[in-house]
Design a binder for this molecule. Structure first.
Ligand code: NAI
Length: 520
């Protein structure tokens, strides 16, 4: 299906933050744009503001003056809603209220031609429900942009139960022609991004409630080890806890209370207190002029240990352990391989061994539990890094039984390899691993339920919330088996349905135990 023709008319209803961004993008792409808002003067103000944005782009050399003038001239205010009648598409970006949106579309149906596409920018209302009372519900589709529209590449194209495929395809092609990265999705609560991103916040809030570390430390681990652009606490402070909490609540309610999405009591208290984040001057951090962001917990320097070995069959690379071994080797350690001894309970592999300590990648159990299972008190776990070679920080968890000498040797080992070492309390799954496993679980479930494709979920999370890698590509990188092991240990450790494993992850693993993948 083709994109809308460049010269065709795009009508935008609602000229707030989203509507004006959509108008700007459509005008830049060569459309005539007609903008309507019930608030007197709002549409004209939006067009004036967009003109000033264009002027700044011209100053910065990112747009020619001729193009800016032409795009500005293509935008016009609709005096009444009837002025949208010649639109090839009407994109609605008004208040997030089902009844108000339904009333608007019912009126639009009496105004526009039969071929006009009706699109809603809703972020949380069922597209199926918005279309339900229309005479021709098949031409209504979700066109979900992200804020700020001119900068965010993702557009979720949402099909309700009645939406015809050619309508979704046309909107998809149009978004692509506007320079966006569209993805198809079925109308389900949270669509893709607002659903799959929930664990990014939820696991962080749980880690904080379980006193794994303070917000500044958890944020630093997510950024400097996990490769995320922002840590979850600073991001929630930016979004606003009222907004973030209400999205979580609405997804939780929409899934009839599925424990996967249970909101956080801790975040509710933040809202109760009015600690809404940046906008109220206080969230998990304080935003006064004199306030300084607390430093993340970082271990004091320890001596470099003499040697390290790894118990791992030579020639059987491990997706996470082998890059860590390479980093240790680059720091001048000769990492001797020793064969894992028979008897897995006593000698888990792969593990690094350093001054009597056994050092494992987290598998969703606590260090204390693993020390006990292996009968090896001096046990330390490390967290998953997005890019092991480049990570500046690593989180370690120490078993309750672990002695000081062994702990200090392991801290010294990672420091010698160039990591800032953060100690987090011994919580199951640590920080990055637990978050990534839960993101992957949600992404896999969305694919399993036909909400979107594996490719779409990864594009959505990279382009909609700037994740360094899509959750399913990340699963491919560390292995489906690793993700399933972490989730099943979290599920049995917590005994909560929240950590139940997506059937698709289990199926992938069963189908190809050694080489299950989501992407070719
Ligand atoms: P906003 O409050 O900035 O703008 C809404 C505009 O719609 C206002 O100018 C208002 O006067 C106008 N309006 C209200 N009822 C109207 C009606 N019946 N007819 C014409 N104009 C009407 O809201 P914002 O943030 O731009 O959101 C708009 C829509 O986009 C909502 O559905 C929201 O859920 C969705 N959305 C918002 C995102 C965000 O980050 N702000 C992200 C993605 C979607």
């Amino acid at each position: 299906m083709n994109a809308l023709e460049a010269g065709s008319i795009v009508a935008v209803v609602g000229s707030g933050a989203m509507g004006s961004g959509i108008a700007q993008v459509a005008a830049s792409a060569g459309h005539r744009v007609i903008l309507f808002d019930t608030r007197a003067g709002a549409a004209a103000k939006a067009i004036g503001d967009i003109g000033r944005v264009y002027a700044r782009l011209v100053e910065k050399g990112r747009m020619t003056a001729v193009d800016a003038d032409a795009a500005t001239e293509r935008m016009q205010v609709a005096a009444t809603i009837a002025d949208v009648r010649d639109g090839a598409i009407v994109i609605e970006a008004i208040v997030e209220d089902l009844d108000v949106k339904r009333a608007l579309f019912a009126e639009l149906e009496t105004i526009v031609g039969d071929d006009c596409i009706l699109a809603t920018n809703t972020s949380s209302i069922s597209v199926t429900a918005i279309a339900a009372e229309l005479r021709r519900p098949q031409r209504l589709v979700g066109m979900h942009f992200f804020n700020p529209v001119p900068l965010m590449a993702l557009v979720e194209v949402i099909s309700g139960l009645a939406t015809e495929q050619h309508v979704a395809d046309s909107v998809f092609a149009t978004a692509a022609a506007w320079g966006k990265n569209p993805v198809h999705a079925k109308s389900t609560p949270g669509f893709i991004v607002n659903r799959v991103a929930r664990p990014f916040y939820a696991e962080a809030l749980r880690l904080l409630s379980e006193q794994a570390a303070d917000p500044a430390t958890l944020d630093a681990v997510m950024r400097e080890t996990g490769g995320f652009r922002m840590g979850p606490f600073e991001l929630m402070d930016l979004i606003g806890h009222d907004v973030n909490f209400s999205v979580t609540r609405s997804v939780h309610q929409a899934y009839f209370g599925d424990p996967r999405f249970t909101p956080s009591v801790l975040q509710q208290e933040m809202v109760n207190a009015g600690f809404l984040g940046r906008k109220s001057g206080r969230g998990f951090y304080r935003y006064g002029d004199d306030d300084v962001r607390p430093a993340p917990q970082t271990e004091a320097p320890q001596p470099r240990p003499d040697s390290v070995s790894v118990s791992m069959e030579p020639g059987t690379p491990h997706a996470v352990t082998s890059p860590m071994e390479q980093r240790l080797a680059a720091a001048g350690f000769t990492v001797a391989h020793r064969k894992p001894l028979p008897g897995a309970a006593a000698h888990e592999a792969p593990a690094f061994h350093c001054n009597g300590a056994a050092v494992f990648l987290t598998d969703g159990r606590s260090a204390t539990e693993r020390a006990s299972a292996n009968r090896h008190p001096d046990t330390v776990l490390y967290d998953l890094a997005f890019d092991c070679a480049g990570a500046g920080r690593i989180a370690l968890a120490r078993a309750d039984q672990c002695g000081d000498a062994a702990w200090h040797a392991v801290v010294g080992l990672f420091q010698a390899a160039g990591f800032a070492v953060t100690r987090i309390d011994d919580v199951p799954g640590m920080v990055v691993m637990r978050t990534v496993a839960m993101l992957a679980n949600e992404a896999a479930d969305a694919v399993n339920q036909g909400v979107c494709s594996a490719a779409a979920v990864d594009i959505a999370m990279q382009k909609g919330v700037n994740y360094p890698r899509g959750p399913l590509a990340w699963t491919d990188a560390i292995g489906v088996a690793q993700v399933v092991t972490v989730l099943s240990n979290l599920a049995s450790g917590y005994g909560e349905d929240r950590y139940r494993i997506s059937p698709l992850l289990r199926r992938k693993l069963a189908g190809a135990p050694a080489g299950a993948r989501f992407h070719a």
